[in-house]
Every structure is written in C-alpha cells, then in structure tokens.
Design a protein around this ligand. Structure first.
Ligand SMILES: Cc1cc2nc3c(=O)[nH]c(=O)nc-3n(C[C@H](O)[C@H](O)[C@H](O)COP(=O)(O)OP(=O)(O)OC[C@H]3O[C@@H](n4cnc5c(N)ncnc54)[C@H](O)[C@@H]3O)c2cc1C
Length: 356
C-alpha cells in the first residue's frame, strides 16, 4: 500500500516567515505541509510586532518603504478576514526629538515629499503629557503592531483544520532529495522551504552569513493607556492584555546566552525612565535571537546544489514589515510567476558555498 502523501510544498518552521509563506501558497491554490517544533523563545513569539516606516537615529525612511508597507497593509487585513481572527493594529507612532538640533534637522527636511508620505505631523513643542517630549517630535503614519502570537496561532489552526500541520523537529535523516522532488518520511513535495530562523540552518544552509542578534524586551504595566506607540531609544507597544505594554528592545551580537540578563533589564529601564513620566511596573522580561544578515537584507531562494531545497530567512529586526512582501515574492517564484530580486537573492552569497 502506498502511504506517501503528495503536496506541492513542505515548509519547515512556522514563525512569521513560514506562516506568511504558507498562507501565500494556499491562497494560490497550492497544497502545503508545515512542520514546526515550537522552540522556546523564537523571535516571532517574543517580538513586539512593531512596524514603522521611519526608523533609525537619523529618522530615515526604511528600505523599500513604499512597496513593503503597501503590501503589509494589504496582507494582514486580508488574513484577518480569511482566518476570522484579529491581530493587525495600525496605530500612529510618536517619536520625540532628542534635542533642538534634531528638531531643526527634521524641519529642514520637510520638503522631502517621499518621506513625508509617512509623516502625519511634526511638532516643535511638547505634545503628550505622559512622556518627556519638550522638543516636540514626529507622528508617523502607516505604523502599528501585529499581535504575532495571535497571527501565528490563527495560521496554525487553519493548517491543522486541513491536516497540513505537524508539530515535529525536522530531521535531515528523513529527507531524500531527488532531481524533481523531495521525500520527507511519507510526504512528497516539489520543494521544501526552510523558514527556521536563526536556529537549525544546518546541514544545508549553515554556510550562509546569518548572524544571531539577541534582543530582550520587558512587559510593563501602565495605568494610563497611551493611544499611540511611543518610540525614543525604546518602544512602548500595546499588547493583547489591557494595561500591559511591551518595551524593547536590546541588540547584542556578543551576549547570545539563552536567558534574560540584568544588563538588558537595566538598559531598557534607563531608556524607559528617559521616555515615560508615568510610573510603570515591570511584569516580566523576555529574550529572543533575531536572524540578521551582513547586508541587512533577507535571504530567499534555492540551495546552489539542490534546487528543490529553498530558504526564506534573514528577516532580522523587521520581520513584521518584510515577511508579507517577501513571502509574496518567494511564492511567485516558487509557482513560476516571478523572480527573486537580486538584493535578497541567495545567489549573492553563492561564492561562500563549497561542497565539502
Ligand atoms: C526581542 C525581539 C523583539 C523583536 N521585535 C520586533 C518588532 O517589534 N517588529 C519586527 O518586525 N520584528 C521584531 N523582531 C524580529 C522578528 O521577530 C524576526 O524578524 C522574525 O520573527 C523572524 O521570523 P522567522 O520566521 O524567520 O524566525 P523564527 O521566529 O525564529 O521562526 C522559526 C520557526 O522555525 C521553528 N524551527 C526552527 N528549527 C526547526 C526545526 N529543525 N524543525 C522544526 N521547526 C523548527 C522554530 O521553532 C520557529 O517556530 C524582534 C525580535 C526579537 C528577538
């Protein structure tokens, strides 16, 4: 008796990357089989879910903001309707100026029409009573947060309902690679896509320059519920729980310990004190490790030797904004309807690959 089940694609990992890709492929009428071993503290679970088109110390428009944010605002609301769940919360973000210089710099740049699409208002004096913002600040459009756990939970339920999900650790011993297909234990597919984040890139993709970047966040309670996200060195983002906010994050390339740290807590508390006038209570602390790349771009595409092994990784610090756009690009390529852009294509790292 033939017990082999045939699907179009196997996806390993159901974080933000795997969840978005699975929903894209299903939306194109393809069949998927998703395998995920819920690891502790995966970054999609601990992420605050913030999306913000204006980032960085110099307050610059983020890479490909027009395309990426347009897709983000199409994808997540469509997923809410499809999955019958709520997880997408557009909300303005207020970024106070640090000093008069920053305020002047910003005012000098108000002629930048491209960037100003994302700016609701520029304030030159204090705007919000609960935070330190005496130099004013900018209020950003097209920002907000995704409740990542609610989104991934809804995707998982959807996959389980069609018997397309298994809670299982991927084991290379169970995979046979053929010229036109792959067989994983009893499931055959055209291709297998690895969306495993920073963990388990081995044995096929360990040569890629994915750098782990640890981050820590605090869950805090606030009595006054801000009606928008605050962001100055630290962000304060609502969560599904009333009065509970997520504050983050830290960035460490050196401390990669799998635990929270006193240093992380201290750094966040110092930044919170510089931002908030109201008192807050720390409820808990979390950590996670982001999959970042040397050129800060995601990595998409087939293995140099085995074309039916594919990767979708390197979402770095911006998984929420990048996953909708690049899951579409990868799904289009997987279904022969589009190309993978040079900037994110795995080919850029091909010289690093050797068979040995
Ligand atoms: C503290 C912190 C805060 C962050 N805040 C934000 C934010 O506000 N906004 C934002 O856009 N981004 C944020 N990020 C970044 C964001 O979390 C990542 O870009 C994104 O989650 C990466 O998603 P992923 O699916 O690639 O990886 P992951 O989330 O790591 O998912 C990989 C999945 O694969 C599974 N897996 C791994 N190996 C195997 C295996 N061998 N077999 C089976 N399953 C496996 C894992 O269990 C997991 O479910 C934050 C990250 C951290 C650490």
């Amino acid at each position: 008796m033939n017990r082999v089940r045939k699907v179009d694609f196997i996806i390993v990992g159901q974080g933000l990357a795997g969840s978005c890709l699975a929903m894209r492929l299903l939306g194109m009428g393809k069949t998927v089989w998703v395998m995920d071993q819920p690891h502790q503290n995966t970054c999609s679970k601990v992420a605050a879910g913030l999306f913000n088109p204006i980032t960085g110390m110099g307050i610059v428009k983020t890479w490909m903001a027009e395309e990426i944010f347009a897709e983000l605002f199409r994808f997540f609301p469509a997923m809410e309707s499809k999955l019958g769940a709520s997880f997408f919360y557009p909300m303005h973000l207020f970024r106070p100026f640090h000093n008069i210089e920053e305020q002047n710099n910003w005012m000098a740049k108000t002629a930048d029409k491209e960037r100003n699409k994302f700016v609701k208002e520029v304030y030159t004096s204090a705007r919000y009573p609960n935070i330190h913002n005496s130099f004013g600040g900018i209020e950003v459009n097209q920002s907000g947060y995704l409740d990542t756990n609610a989104f991934m939970g809804a995707v998982r339920s959807h996959l389980i309902a069609s018997d397309s999900y298994t809670e299982e650790e991927f084991s290379p011993d169970r995979l046979s690679i053929h010229s036109q297909s792959v067989l994983y234990h009893e499931v055959e597919a055209d291709k297998i896509i690895f969306c495993t984040g920073f963990e388990s890139l081995t044995p096929y993709f360990h040569w890629l320059p994915i750098r782990p970047l640890k981050g820590e966040t605090l869950q805090i309670s606030l009595v006054e519920r801000p009606e928008l996200i605050y962001n100055k060195g630290v962000y304060v983002v609502p969560t599904a729980e009333a009065e509970i906010y997520k504050a983050g994050a830290t960035y460490s390339l050196t401390d990669l310990s799998k635990s929270t740290s006193q240093a992380g807590r201290q750094e966040l508390e110092e930044k919170l004190t510089a931002l908030l006038k109201d008192t807050y209570i720390v409820k808990s602390q979390e950590w996670g490790i982001r999959p970042t790349t040397v050129d800060r771009r995601p990595i998409l595409g087939p293995h140099p030797e085995y074309s039916n092994l594919v990767i979708f990784n390197g979402l770095g610090t911006k998984g929420v904004s990048l996953a909708p756009y690049f899951s579409k690009q990868l799904a289009d390529w997987l279904t022969e309807q589009g190309e993978i852009h040079k900037e994110v294509n795995i080919n850029r790292f091909k010289p690093l690959y050797s068979r040995s």
